[in-house]
Design a protein around this ligand. Sequence first.
Ligand SMILES: [Zn+2]
Length: 163
Amino acid sequence: MYCSAGALLRLWFVASIESLRLPLSAMKRAFFKNIECYADASELELDEVLDQLAFDVRGLLPVITQDADTNDVLMLAWMNRTALTETLISGHVTYWSRSRNQLWVKGETSGHTQELVSLSIDCDGDAILCKVKQQGPACHTGRRHCFYLRVHREHRKIYVSEK
Ligand SMILES: [Zn+2]
């Protein structure tokens, strides 16, 4: 149903570029392009997909974290491969802190932990979505979520608002 008529052509393309030994980034893009046409409920091996993720030059992927109960978007942070692995093993969402340059188990000091409910990878393998059970506020300011600076286009102002 997500398959276009070009699916076969795409498979041919993937096979071709693999044989040409194009750069790893191109192969990774091709990997995700190839699975676009997989039917709903198709299965993939976790480790195989993790190996194809498009970590940036710093080795990081952006992570959007959402409240599993309300679907509110709570925050955006970063994971490296280790943080991702730790999150999947422990079930406690673990990020990479760019300011402290170290793994950051969310809530380890504040108690505002995030228990992982689900983790998804986007279509081209360059972003992660975590749905969590959030304890307390997600933002270090004590607010429920980080996106409290709301832009008002007509007024050309920003209003501080959690709603
Ligand atoms: Zn925040």
